[in-house]
Design a protein around this ligand. Structure first.
Ligand code: PMP
Length: 359
């Protein structure tokens, strides 16, 4: 007897996350998962500790306090926010509710690896659209839309590229897609950009645009798993129907609320990241390695070829530093390096310089 899963499930390639262990190094410098080098806000840590007193209580099912805090800080309507176990879960709700067998889900060439996984898990067909010089190509996305397209997942700024398209281009895309298609603006790294609201203003004016955001990056809470989505009321109502009532714990809710309210800490992380990513890119370029301007908390270092990228990765590991190989994202010749704190940035540049000098 053989028990077979649903069609498409066995076509799913397992997601491989950024490594955190490095043999021979008890405490490696981890620059492989775009985490916040300053950790979470001390206020979030304190709220987390206080939440232990509530372990015997079920958490809120409607996340009203966290949604109110998000709405207040970002100037949004709390009724149109849905919270999930990381933004991954919100992205999953969208595929689960809106895509099925026979439907197509568009994502771009270098987009987040979860998009095709979520499409296939819903029984739908992922459709990959090419980018142009590592930047999302709105016309190519529009050309790929068919009667069967249900969702477009768009990361802006892009991961692992760090490049972004301006709000005007996102608006052009939203204005030109067919009404039956939902445009999902994955804004995992929006807080690191300047002058881009992640598409929140578009959500206000259109019936088929949803924005997703996360507490994992700027708020330093990747280990706790909290994300949220903002969309038209009708879509948020649909997503809430498949959401488990207790998907977020008291601890997740308390820490996230304290984190988002600590705007001083957020601003500090933003300005340090903005300063150090420019420095990191300049140093990489000075070493003769390709690197686009980044609008996120990582840079993509492009070497001469795959062999050089792998050799540099090995040298970094030797030095106790973990960065991300991105061959699975279509960049075998590149390494994605998270912008660390000042000492972390200096250490990774020193190690790459040594590697280059020895070559
Ligand atoms: N979107 C993008 C582009 C990401 O890089 C990530 C994290 N790797 C996510 C979404 C999911 O983040 P989380 O589930 O931690 O919110």
């Amino acid at each position: 007897m053989s028990i077979t899963p649903q069609p498409g499930i066995m076509d799913i390639a397992l997601y491989v996350g950024g490594q955190s262990r490095l043999e021979g190094h008890a405490d490696p410098l981890k620059l492989s998962s775009n985490e916040n080098p300053y950790g979470p806000s001390p206020r979030a840590m304190a709220a987390l500790e206080r939440s232990a007193a509530m372990l015997h209580r079920y958490p809120s099912t409607d996340h009203a306090e966290l949604r109110a805090a998000i709405a207040e800080i970002h100037g949004l309507d709390a009724e149109r926010i849905v919270c999930g176990v990381g933004s991954d879960e919100v992205l999953q709700f969208l595929a689960q509710c809106y895509a099925g067998p026979g439907d197509e889900v568009i994502h771009t060439e270098h987009g987040f690896a979860m998009y095709p996984i979520l499409a296939r898990a819903a029984g739908a067909t992922p459709v990959e659209v090419r980018e142009r010089d590592r930047v999302v190509d709105v016309d190519a996305i529009l050309a790929a839309c068919t009667d069967r397209t249900r969702l477009i997942y768009l990361t802006n700024p892009g991961n692992p590229t760090g490049t972004m398209i301006p709000l005007s281009e996102v608006e052009r895309l939203a204005g030109a897609i067919p009404d039956h298609v939902i445009l999902v603006l994955d804004g995992a790294y929006v807080e690191f950009t300047e002058g881009y609201d992640g598409g929140a203003s578009l959500v206000e004016s259109r019936e088929n645009v949803v924005m997703t955001r996360t507490f994992s990056k700027i708020h330093g809470l990747g280990g706790l798993r909290i994300g949220w989505g903002y969309g038209p009321r009708a879509i948020i109502d649909v997503l809430n129907r498949v959401r488990q009532p207790f998907n977020l714990s008291n601890s997740q809710l308390a820490a996230a609320e304290a984190a988002i309210r600590d705007t001083g800490f957020t601003a500090h992380c933003q300005s340090e990241n903005a300063r150090l990513r420019v420095w990191l890119r300049d140093e990489i370029l000075a070493l003769g390695i390709g690197c686009d301007e980044s609008h996120a908390n990582y840079v993509l270092a492009r070497f001469a070829d795959e062999a050089e990228a792998m050799a540099c990765d090995a040298a970094l590991r030797e030095a106790g530093i973990l960065v991300r190989r991105v061959g699975g994202y279509g960049f075998p010749e590149a390494l994605r390096i998270t912008v660390g704190d000042e000492a972390g940035c200096a250490r990774v540049i020193e190690a790459i310089s040594r590697f280059k000098a020895a070559a």
